[in-house]
Design a binder for this molecule. Sequence first.
Ligand code: FES
Length: 56
Amino acid sequence: MYVCLCLGVTDGQIREAIYEGCCSYREVRNALEVGTQCGKCACLAKQVVKETLAEV
Ligand code: FES
């Protein structure tokens, strides 16, 4: 599913970034630029990060 429509970032890409070493929303944002355009996806992106971090 797309989390960020501006940049076409999916929840799968966010999970992958975390599996590859990102350990905060800030790091995921720096890596994928998710939430850096309109910012509407920030809340959902944070939630995906939080859920994924809870799993790993
Ligand atoms: Fe992610 Fe606009 S939807 S920055």
